[in-house]
Design a protein around this ligand. Structure first.
Ligand SMILES: *Cc1c(COP(=O)(O)O)cnc(C)c1O
Length: 370
């Protein structure tokens, strides 16, 4: 939207300041034994600033620290904010790699466009991530499923209460050592089908990765927990009938004929990189994969008749998470035998095999850093 976003990006080098008192190796080893999700942070962060007329500037790697801001900073009032999520993996041969990070860079740009924000050039996004990972790779937990979760985000920093796109932005990347996403470590999750709340309307921000989408999902997620479920499943806003996705994960279904399906990207669903990767992997494995609308009443009938045999949620954080069943006002239903199904497990193994460097990376998805 703003024409000076194409500032001389290649020349934007990160000025690096090392933390004066980083977490010592023993303390880090203790933290990495059981990091959970999103609680353990590394010593450094990357920041880049944007101002209309000046473009992207002031790229830094510096000690992770609180961000101070004026109480009239526009993000605090009008929520112009977007983010990304990707992981750095320790490979079987000891190296470190990112998985399809250019997809995150492009999605960050399309989220920015939808939120009338400045678009961060792809090369600045990639160099910010690679620089942080190279510096913090000792923070990748050696535990099963462990990774360094990168959280790039950007928000409006102009000090102004008028309603208009901000003329200034702060882009930052923080890194968090993570284990599995689900606390319970449950083998399969149950979903609460939200009939009162929707996540995204046609023409809205459903396909943008913005904090606002998460803010509006929380009341439905709280309801899911009250109902004894793990996650909320959203239906389309127009008919309240078509399955869309979870609050932060896409969804797939597995049928008795061995095919899989996921709802199509019509603008209200977040285009997950895991979703896209699984569609490609399925094709590689000779599995028929369809992108097609699926109604909740049909899913119930198919689960009961035995046509629908497995379901799973997917995303960078949750990887591939089996779904045991669903619950709604009219009652609940189990999918298959309620346990992780064979095709779900096969797809999980195929995806994580590529990410961990134990399976051949035929599509060139790994971005090796060392
Ligand atoms: C991030 C996200 C996903 C998953 O995207 P990945 O690129 O696979 O991590 C799915 N749905 C929503 C709403 C998301 O925010």
């Amino acid at each position: 939207m703003i024409d000076d976003t194409l500032a001389p990006a290649a020349s934007l080098a990160f000025a690096e300041t090392t933390h004066p008192a980083p977490v010592d190796a023993n303390e880090r080893a203790r933290l990495l034994e059981n990091p959970g999700f999103g609680r353990v942070f590394t010593d450094h962060m990357a920041t880049v600033r944007y101002a209309a007329g000046k473009g992207w500037h002031d790229a830094r790697i510096e000690p992770r620290a609180p961000l101070t801001m004026d109480s009239a900073t526009s993000v605090l009032h009008y929520a112009q904010e977007i983010f990304e999520g990707l992981k750095a993996y320790r490979l079987a041969d000891g190296g470190t790699a990112l998985f399809r990070p250019e997809m995150n860079a492009r999605r960050f740009q399309s989220s920015a466009r939808r939120m009338a924000m400045a678009e961060l050039p792809e090369d600045i996004f990639l160099s910010s991530i690679r620089t942080i990972v190279r510096r913090e790779r000792d923070w990748i937990p050696a535990i099963d499923g462990g990774a360094l979760y990168l959280r790039p985000f950007m928000f409006a920093t102009e000090v102004f209460l008028g309603v208009k796109p901000s003329a200034e932005y702060l882009y930052a990347v923080i890194a968090s050592s993570v284990g599995g996403y689900f606390k319970s470590g449950a083998p399969a999750v149950t979903l609460w089908v939200s009939e009162d709340y929707t996540r995204a309307a046609p023409g809205g921000t459903g396909a943008a990765k913005c904090g606002g989408n998460y803010a509006t999902s929380l009341v439905a997620q709280a309801e899911a927990i009250r109902q004894g479920c793990d996650q909320v499943l959203f239906l389309d806003a127009a008919e309240r009938r078509w399955i869309e996705e979870l609050g932060g994960m896409n969804i797939f279904f597995v049928f008795a004929d061995g095919s899989i399906a996921t709802p199509p990207l019509t603008g209200t669903i977040l285009p997950g990189i895991t979703r896209d990767s699984l569609l490609t992997i399925a094709a590689d494995l000779g599995i028929t994969a369809r992108e097609e609308p699926y109604a909740i009443d049909q899913a119930r009938k198919d689960a009961e008749s035995g046509r629908l045999v497995e379901a799973f949620a997917c995303g960078t954080a949750a990887v591939v998470t089996p779904i045991a069943g669903m619950k709604m006002k009219a009652g609940g239903f189990q999918i298959g035998d309620g346990r992780p199904g064979p095709l779900t497990q096969r797809l999980h193994a195929a995806l994580t095999g590529i990410q961990r460097g134990t399976a051949e990376d035929v599509h060139g998805w790994l971005d090796r850093l060392d």
